[in-house]
Design a protein around this ligand. Structure first.
Ligand SMILES: [Fe+2]
Ligand SMILES: [Fe+2]
Length: 298
């Protein structure tokens, strides 16, 4: 498959371009917020189908990132985001919904006879890492200096939620386990709602030079894929290689960068592609085997 065809496929599957997402309605979001919709899905049925060992590693990482949202939510609640009515309301529902994503992934792992990850649980009992403490303190300081800090937070959030949309879509496409695939597609619906909030907020707030400079500076200096501060780099690299190391995956990475690049003054953004591709190279050089199951219906 050529890259052009792959890119078309991604666009076709994605439907409406993300930048055309309708203006976000916070009241509608709050009213629709609920635990992950698992209607018609029996998580115990996941055990009737195997998971590849690579898939188990990816699922554990993603389970951890979902539970780890609480840390991000707590850090953001200590900034000026707390005083912003829309941001505060969103953050509460966001943390709630992400928690159910993590629980569903943990249940699937257990149904398939694998231990769910305990890392995120252990992390809550440990002191925060120095880099995380510094990042959180930097966020608080920036937010005290300028109300434009929220633009940084929203741009950052848009990158991570859009990556989550594509990551879960790929996980569903690549899996031979129909229950996992169905759950991932349900999670994608929530991740799209989260993305819509962050993207529209970022679009609205990246309107002055200071906000634009703060967002570009912070993201260039500090951004890493979600879960990066929690897990060793090899694990993050592995997840990127598993999900995106083919023509369709590369097209998705470009689409993420291009969508973020349409935000005001973010045209330079290419960090998702460059980070994942560099990580995949490291996985190759280390000789780590990445196996994918034969997808359902393939
Ligand atoms: Fe999630
Ligand atoms: Fe999300």
């Amino acid at each position: 498959m050529t890259q052009t065809v792959a890119a078309q496929t991604v666009t076709e599957r994605a439907g409406k371009p993300f930048e055309e997402v309708q203006p976000f309605n916070i009241d509608k979001f709050l009213a629709a917020s609920k635990p992950l919709d698992l209607s018609g899905i029996n998580l115990d049925d996941a055990g009737k189908h195997p998971l590849s060992l690579s898939e188990v590693k990816v699922l554990r990482y993603m389970q951890d990132t979902e539970f780890y949202t609480v840390h991000y939510m707590k850090a953001l609640m200590e900034t000026s985001a707390l005083a912003d009515n829309e941001c505060r309301a969103f953050l509460v529902c966001w943390g709630y919904e992400e928690c159910f994503h993590g629980r569903a992934l943990a249940r699937i792992l257990e149904s398939c006879g694998h231990e769910a990850s305990k890392r995120s649980l252990d992390e809550f009992t440990r002191p925060r890492k120095l880099t995380e403490v510094l990042q959180d303190a930097g966020g608080r300081l920036l937010s005290m200096i300028s109300s434009d800090f929220i633009a940084v937070h929203n741009t950052w959030g848009a990158i991570n939620e859009l990556t989550a949309v594509h990551a879960y879509t790929r996980l569903a496409e690549l899996s031979a386990n129909p229950v996992l695939a169905a759950v991932c597609r349900r999670i994608v619906k929530d991740e799209r709602r989260h993305f819509a909030f962050y993207y529209q907020q970022a679009k609205r707030r990246l309107t002055n030079r200071l906000a634009q400079r703060m967002a570009a500076g912070a993201i260039k200096a500090l951004w890493e894929p979600v879960g990066g501060s929690m897990a060793p780099r090899e694990e993050r690299d592995f997840v990127g290689a598993y999900l995106f190391d083919d023509a369709d995956g590369h097209a998705r990475l470009r689409e993420i960068d291009a969508t973020i690049g349409k935000l005001p003054a973010m045209g330079w953004f290419n960090m998702v592609s460059s980070d994942v591709i560099a990580g995949t190279e490291r996985i190759r050089r280390a000789g780590v085997h990445v196996d994918r199951p034969v997808p359902c219906g393939a």
